[in-house]
Design a protein around this ligand. Structure first.
Ligand code: NAD
Length: 467
């Protein structure tokens, strides 16, 4: 039922009063790598949390106390279920009970490498029938500046409720009672800064950036997140918060491209880039180490920068750094394959018909996430050049069909001395900690190492080609 504007008072209570205590009921939409840990965090901290996902199989698993994300143990799900403070569901009707709704759905690129906001739009549409005065909606998905105000807000306002875009000073967001009078519901953006598998920083230890569509919205979100995050930082608009997240990811993307380019140059100059980085990083200021590799992977770094590139076109403004970084990083899998071909050539072998074993298919070490993994691109390039390819990855016994790749005919081969000896070359694409690189080098005929994973290997180093 759409909301009946005539029935409500436009006067809602001060946000901090509603969202600053444990009685706030939270809804998290999209229980993936980002949404699930967030929902569990809220429930652990004593807030009743409902998790929504359209994937019925995920909801069934969660309801049985089973995790589908490797670094989240079953016990974390069971503890939350047992506490009666975590309730997974696919029924959007239950949103009517939530005081705050946090959106953590995917923001991929479409086939033309343009922002695909269909998940965000569909979620806003699904929320609208249940939107009520005083409710807080927060977009957490990474996106271009303007999405919250230009895409989410108009959809929600079709309910008849209002959340006007109003400037506010970030420091006084909590004290702005005047604009509270003209706000029916609260809307904010708060970027997710999760780094899946990172043991060093737990979700609540990562400062939470918040930008409201107006002061009351920023205050509402700050009160809510302040309950579970060690530190919150309110910035002066939703657009600023959206841009902050993109800056973080573009910074990584550009710096990784820089070291990738320098790695290729160093190769020509017979200089070890890894040694250079270790030396440079002893500088106590002004230098942050980034490391070269076989290319970018994951749901964020290869994708998010292009959200900004797309938006910048509206301003007729070229994002040259992003384009160049994208070009260099995208070329890295081909560079690995060329390096392998040259190494085989030196042994009077050719890549065509060679048997190649790729180690590690996830996009980074020790996680079970394949999205945009450069290993998959390397495998496809190898096949295109006539090699016969197998892989090993302890996190992926089999590979499911993906939009761009179909390696369903392969399964992870066992890493025994005999198997290793049977391949013409082994390519280390993802440096999982579980691998015994000494053993691998001892038994492989040739090791092409795109991660410097073999740095501590002491024997048979002549077999190693770093690229
Ligand atoms: N994974 C990361 O490391 C990371 C880090 C920071 C930010 N982000 C951003 O967070 C967002 C989510 O990423 P993720 O990695 O958690 O994605 P994900 O694919 O792991 O999870 C998204 C979930 O949303 C569900 N979903 C899709 N549409 C839905 C709808 N209409 N209603 C309910 N559920 C729906 C999917 O079924 C899925 O379970 C993206 O914008 C991403 O860029 C991700």
């Amino acid at each position: 039922m759409p909301f009946d504007e005539a029935e409500v008072s436009r006067h809602v209570p001060q946000p901090a009063a509603i969202f600053g205590n444990k009685t706030t009921r939270v809804g998290v939409i999209g229980l993936g790598y980002v949404g699930l840990p967030l929902a569990l965090l809220f429930s652990r901290r004593g807030l009743v949390t409902t998790g929504f996902d359209i994937d019925a199989s995920k909801i069934e698993k969660l309801a049985r106390g089973e995790s589908y994300i490797r670094h989240i143990p079953n016990s974390a799900i069971r503890d939350s279920l047992d506490s009666q403070r975590f309730h997974p569901t696919h029924r959007y009707e239950e949103l009517r009970h939530a005081d705050a709704v946090l959106i953590c759905v995917p923001t991929p690129l479409d086939a033309h490498r343009e922002p695909d906001l269909s998940f965000v739009r569909a979620t806003a549409e699904a929320i609208r029938p249940y939107l009520r005065p005083g409710q807080l909606i927060v977009l957490e998905s990474t996106t271009y500046p303007g999405t919250t105000e230009e895409v989410v807000l108009p959809i929600l306002e079709r309910s008849g409720l209002r959340c006007p875009v109003l400037p506010y000073a970030s420091a006084s967001a909590t004290a702005d009672s005047h604009s509270t009078d003209v706000v029916d519901f609260f809307l904010a953006f708060s970027p997710e800064r999760e780094d899946p598998g990172n043991q060093q920083f737990r979700t609540h230890e990562i400062p939470k950036i918040i930008g409201g569509v107006n002061g009351p919205s920023a205050a509402a979100a700050a009160a809510l997140y302040g309950q579970v995050f060690d530190r919150t930082l309110v910035v002066s608009s939703a657009r600023t918060a959206e841009m902050t997240k993109l800056l973080e990811n573009i910074y990584r993307c550009v710096n990784i491209a820089l070291v990738n380019e320098l790695k290729m140059l160093c190769q020509h100059m017979a200089i070890d880039i890894w040694e250079v980085i270790e030396a440079a990083k002893t500088k106590p200021f002004g230098f942050t180490a980034f490391y070269p590799g076989p290319g970018l992977g994951g749901h964020c770094i290869p994708i998010d920068p292009f959200y900004l590139t797309w938006k910048a076109r509206e301003y007729d403004f070229p994002t040259r750094f992003i384009e160049l970084a994208g070009e260099i990083n995208t070329a890295m899998p081909a560079y690995v394959v060329d390096s392998l071909a040259q190494a085989l050539n030196r042994r009077k072998q050719c890549l065509q018909d060679a048997r190649i074993l790729v180690l590690g298919v996830s996009y980074k070490k020790d996680i079970d996430d394949l999205r945009e993994s450069p290993s998959l691109r390397i495998m496809r390039l190898l096949e295109q050049r006539g090699a016969s390819v197998d892989y090993n990855d302890p996190y992926f016994p089999r590979l499911h069909k993906m939009r761009e790749y179909d390696f369903t005919h392969l399964s992870s081969v066992e890493l025994t001395a005999r198997t290793l000896e049977s391949y013409d070359a082994v390519v280390i694409s993802t440096d999982h900690s579980i691998y015994d690189y000494e053993f691998i080098t001892r038994h492989a005929r040739l090791v092409v190492d795109a991660r410097n994973a073999t740095r501590n290997v002491t024997h048979h180093r002549q077999k190693i080609v770093r690229c």
